[in-house]
Design a protein. Structure first.
Length: 504
């Protein structure tokens, strides 16, 4: 008798014991004389249920999790039906059922290096269509879709591609920014480990649109599983003729500098230089990698392209809110009951996501704040939980959506300490190119210490310092650090009050 099971090989699942569960499954199957086919897939994104085992029954994938090796014998004894950790159909789990999956539609379904399975699930349909279109038609389709950069800036993708298409030069490049350094973000890693051919297809479509002959994926060294998966998928794509003579992709691994998430610092790192920010102009679209016109897009931006080309721009733009069109992979982490990746159309409110979909805090205490957009994102208090998750909507509320990472805090969090941490983070990660970031962050820590010590003049000084950093920094590291600092001070002033000495 043959038995086919599905278990993630995603880094989060591995960290939670997926390999140990896999060994237990193999051991139990051998003891029972069963021929076990264990397919290692990407994750479904429901991290609190990992390791999540799936078995297909009557066309439905039934789930069990979170599993431990000790749970395995009972799975076989109950014929994979009656088990304390049975979850029913995976796609009917409320967290999953409420999603609109476009970029992550295939994640967790098949083995990530199975190219035939990728084709069977609609993969390469977008590239096939792109090969019948002119570069101008592809750029027009992306422009019509309303796709914006998912790395945080939200710049219209079609405009960037059009600029590179029209730029002079015999050689052009496509660079995928997968330097995922924001706290609470993991979508880039999750997609590479679960559906790498989606990224390859998106980059190949971009290359045809702008006339590029080389592509590069820049990742950080902390992602060994993703690096290995990407390298293997690139070899398979070359053997299949998807990559090769006219366009090829290679990976570039950085040392993990946060500032290398900024596109010009990333390009310097790729060129073997110190990862420092370049003044603009020239823009990378005119003079980027090795002086060539270069498209630099976030991984999720490029992974959204195949769905746009396969289903059409109008289908993609039918999702969303205002100028925030399509879907966004929201990554929820921190003190949260149900954390993971939740892809949905722009427009869901913070409160609906954090308290409705994710069930509030893991500690059971009230949610105090949600930081959106990584370590440089603003803290949203409960009074702003009716804010829709969209670029302009978050901006109007005093924050930014960034790479769509949300970190949840309960009412024990000290926001004065968190504001100081933001300045400390900036000071440690600064590349040192500009004074507002390099010196301002250090002065920021000192000024917050003065506020916490009770200096009445310090809040005004901090406000002036934040304005200088915002207006004078060369890149978003110094320019966005005021978001967490000012939002913490504005919404949680009581956390900046001097600590009272205990009564004698």
């Amino acid at each position: 008798m043959s038995l086919t099971l599905y278990l993630p090989l995603d880094a989060a699942a591995l960290a939670l014991g997926a390999d140990e569960v896999a060994r237990a499954l193999q051991t139990e199957a051998e003891a029972r004389g069963l021929d076990l086919v264990l397919k290692r897939t990407g994750t479904r994104g429901m991290v609190w249920l990992e390791p999540l085992l799936e078995i297909e029954e009557n066309g439905l994938r039934m789930g069990f999790g979170p599993l431990e090796p000790a749970d395995v014998p009972a799975l076989f004894e109950g014929a994979f039906e009656d088990h304390p950790k049975a979850l029913g159909p995976v796609e009917q789990i409320p967290f999953f059922a409420r999603q609109t999956r476009l970029a992550f539609a295939r994640c967790g379904i098949a083995e990530p290096l199975d190219l035939e399975a990728y084709r069977a699930q609609g993969g390469l349909k977008g590239l096939d269509r792109a090969m019948t279109m002119t570069p101008e038609e592809i750029v027009a389709e992306i422009t019509t879709s309303g796709l914006r950069g998912r790395g945080g800036a939200g710049f219209p993708t079609g405009i960037k591609w059009k600029t590179v298409l029209e730029a002079g030069g015999k050689r052009k490049a496509v660079v995928c920014n997968a330097d995922e350094g924001d706290s609470g973000t993991f979508a880039d890693r999750m997609l590479i480990e679960g559906d790498p051919f989606c990224l390859i297809e998106g980059m190949a479509i971009c290359a045809r649109a702008v006339g590029a002959d080389r592509g590069y994926v820049y990742m950080r060294s902390e992602y060994p599983q993703a690096i290995a998966t990407l390298d293997a998928s690139l070899r398979i794509a070359r053997e299949a003729g998807i990559l090769g003579e006219h366009f090829d992709i290679e990976d570039r691994v950085g040392a993990g500098s946060y500032v290398c998430g900024e596109e010009t610092a990333l390009l310097n790192s790729m060129e073997g230089k110190r990862g420092t920010v370049r003044p603009k102009p020239p823009l990378p679209a005119h003079k980027g990698f090795m002086g060539r016109p270069t498209v630099v897009n976030n991984l999720i931006t490029l992974a959204s392209v195949p769905a746009i080309l396969s289903e059409g721009a109008e289908h993609y733009r039918s999702f969303g809110l205002g100028r925030s069109l399509g879907t966004v992979p929201l990554q929820i982490a921190g003190n949260v009951r149900r954390g993971g990746l939740f892809e949905a159309a722009f427009g869901m409110t913070i409160g609906e996501l954090v308290e409705g979909v994710c069930g509030g805090t893991a500690s059971g205490r009230p949610v105090k704040a949600v930081q959106i957009g990584g370590p440089l994102g603003a803290y949203f208090p409960r009074s702003l939980f009716d804010t829709p998750l969209g670029y302009e909507e978050c901006d109007e509320a005093g924050g930014l959506i960034g790479h769509a990472g949300l970190v949840v805090f309960d009412d024990t969090a000290e926001m004065g300490a968190m504001a100081r941490f933001a300045m400390e983070f900036c000071a440690v990660e600064s590349c040192g190119t500009c004074t507002p970031c390099r010196i301002g962050a250090v002065r920021g820590m000192e000024t917050i210490d003065r506020i916490l010590a009770g200096d009445p003049a310090a809040p005004e000084i901090l406000t002036d310092l934040c304005e200088t950093m915002r207006a004078g920094s060369l890149c978003a590291l110094g320019g966005f650090t005021p978001y967490p600092v000012e939002s913490a001070l504005r919404h949680f002033p009581e956390d900046f009050a001097p600590a009272r000495e205990a009564a004698e």
